[in-house]
Design a protein around this ligand. Structure first.
Ligand code: BTN
Length: 329
């Protein structure tokens, strides 16, 4: 995106018309330069209305991310975090993995208004739009090695459920290992997901880049790119959710949960995690990476976070796979 595009979008964030002339004057450029900047934003899928005689306007007002507001919303944990906001990046996970290798501080959080190559789990892409989702990554350094981090992604999911509950969104549940779901009109919809990438030795120390994508508002064209039922938090709450507030609440809960995890491991959270599992005691098929589908009934999560499924061959533990619900018959 053109360098001027984001500063212009920040002006248009109020949802009002701004003439090309005013924008040109404000940034000390020509109207043609403003036009080109807006074109470059539109090429990234950002809708900007252009009306002759009135100027440019976004379809609706936009709350932009702001590092100070995010830090303030972390409450008592604010001093722990280093928050950075990027206008645009390919992937906050990729960016933070690179910065982590260069020694960036523990508890650095990088949030982006736009990701052009967001990464999802299992090699999928994570699609997002300006203002339509909250996309961020958090670097957390651990004394132990990667081998001691089993169950970490489940704990992160639990922290997010807690954060959403503190914001009044109490119907949010988890899908093993770490999707956030809500039941709407009889079917489960995905609200967000987590992708954790690790650095370091098996023996330690290690660093986790915890990438989180939360849907705020899913436009119809974005919904079409997603291969499962999904929903935005704005729709769930019935009012626009302030992304700065939301991110601050997430970081607050992550600080608490990650500290307890470093001390006690997943076992400390096992009962609470199970209580929030959308598919506890449900008949499912577990889809494995090799294409195999294992039918069974979910009977909990183990003390290190693996999924326990009662199958024809007895209770089995799974460390990877995707749950697909099947009818009880
Ligand atoms: C999933 O597949 O459910 C996990 C999605 C994780 C997406 C987030 S968005 C912020 C961070 N940066 C990325 O590239 N991916 C994660």
């Amino acid at each position: 995106m053109n360098k001027l595009a984001f500063p212009i979008l920040a002006v248009l964030a109020d949802g009002k018309f701004h003439s090309g002339e005013d924008l040109a004057q404000r940034f000390g450029v020509t109207r043609a330069t403003v036009y080109n900047a807006i074109q470059s934003a539109e090429q990234l899928g950002i809708k900007v209305f252009s009306v002759r005689g009135r100027g440019y306007r976004l379809p609706k007002p936009l709350t932009l991310l702001d590092a100070d507001q995010i830090t303030q919303a972390c409450g008592e944990y604010a001093p722990w975090f280093h928050v950075q906001v990027l206008a645009q990046v390919d992937s906050t996970n990729r960016y933070l993995m690179q910065e982590s290798a260069r020694g960036i501080a523990h508890a650095t959080c990088v949030a982006a208004h736009m990701q052009t190559a967001g990464r999802g789990r299992r090699g999928r892409s994570w699609h997002s739009q300006l203002g339509g989702s909250l996309t961020f990554s958090l670097l957390w350094r651990f004394q132990c090695g990667a081998a001691g981090l089993s169950g970490l992604s489940l704990v992160v999911g639990l922290a997010l459920v807690r954060a959403l509950h503190t914001m009044g969104l109490t119907s949010v549940r988890l899908k093993w290992p770490n999707d956030l779901l809500v039941l709407q009109a009889g079917s489960w919809h995905k609200l967000g997901g987590i992708l954790i990438e690790l650095q370091g030795d098996m023996e330690g120390p290690s660093a986790a880049v915890i990438g989180i994508g939360l849907n705020l508002e899913l436009e119809a064209d974005l919904q079409q790119q997603i291969d499962q039922a999904a929903m935005g938090l704005n729709q769930l709450s019935g009012a626009p959710v302030d992304p700065n507030h939301l991110l601050g609440h997430c970081l607050n809960q992550l600080a608490q949960h990650l500290s307890l995890f470093a001390e006690h491991g997943f076992v400390y959270f096992q009962p609470e995690w199970t209580a929030y599992h959308a598919f506890e005691q449900q008949a499912v098929n577990l889809l494995l990476a090799n294409g195999q589908s294992v039918p069974g009934r979910v009977v909990g999560v183990a003390e290190e976070g693996s999924l326990l499924v009662e199958t024809a061959a007895g209770i089995q533990r799974f460390n990877a796979g995707e749950i697909s619900v099947r009818s009880a018959s």
